[in-house]
Design a protein around this ligand. Sequence first.
Ligand SMILES: [Zn+2]
Length: 420
Amino acid sequence: MWDPYAEFETEVLPNGLTVHCAHWPNRPWIRVGFQVHSGADQDPSDLEGLAHFTEHMVVANLVTGSDFVDKFFDRHGGEVTLGATAFPYIRYTCSLPNDPSTALNAFSILGNLLFTEEMSEGLEKERKIVLEEELRSRPQFPWEFDLIREVGRSLFNGHHRSRHLRPLGYAETISRFTQKDVQTYYDTHYVPANVSMVVVGGMNLRELVKIISTTPLAAEKPGKRNPLPEALDKAPSPLQSVYRVSRQEKLGVSDGKPTGSYTSFALLPGTMQYTAPLLYALMLRPLLFKRIREEKNLTYNVSVRCRNHTFLREIKIECDSFQHESADLIDDLVDKSIQDVVNDLDAFERQKTSMVKSYTLTDLNAKSLVSDSMDDLTYWGRIISSIEEMERRQSLTIENVREVVSLLEKNRRVTAIVLP
Ligand SMILES: [Zn+2]
């Protein structure tokens, strides 16, 4: 079996930077990802959004200016993404020709960006940009935003994640950031020991490390690796399990939108094997589709998604387009299907086979290999080989999947029903 994840070789440089490299001989390019092992989860209290804001400031304070960087990568036909902030990480990615002198220049730019900057410029300019970004990211009406915040607070009851639902932060916290806050975040988290570099392409680890060693990526800067969050063996109990809102009531008039929505979230222990809720979701979705859409025609589509929060897992059930009177019916069908689905052994076998086999058919390119590997570092602290991932999927039993059911009981979920 082709196992590209098993091909990575790893070296930790004297300054603490970890380099993972998968050598694909004869490729004329390299694809590179830098992962800072900190993100919005490391935002100080009352400064929610600081990691994302720092990502903006890092670009604003490039000694060369960001225009120069874009032009540099354009000139070589490569691409660069200067920053994406999530709860557990901040990432920078690029692609470039497999050529030592271009790599030297690219790594000098990125080394400066990651480790040697002074956050002296652009505080107010970036604040304006990020405040606009925050405003644009909100739903159309304030009550919708309040509902999302409330649902999140209820779901993560007492856990530090309950304070913000997106890495962006809020207008009130963004307004508070000082230059010192940004510099402190940067000096604490943008340090070699807290950064992993993932490289795939025509360059091997030895050549790569030789080039890196002559750039600011090899700079000494004190600091430590932010540890993986500890997996919780129990999810918090929700503050409130059902929220019901009427659009028409909130707006005072009908806005002509004849649709409502049904969204239900559940958190599962982070110690649970993550493939169990994944398979459970694959089984539940067709059953809900059949009952809610095909048999009753109450909605257009149903989705069941899984999310890995590292310390917890999440299942989200969602559908919309229902009429006023169908809300309770949908709610009942979801409750019932959550129980019924695990009695269908055929569905279990079918979805498990699909989950195992589809993995072997993944049409993997270097870009997805880099990003999947960075995900592995986020969730497991190491790159997981294809063999190991296959074993995780193959070893699932119906008992594993049944364990999910009791965690999805109505009072363990947070359900938001928006009536038309
Ligand atoms: Zn942004």
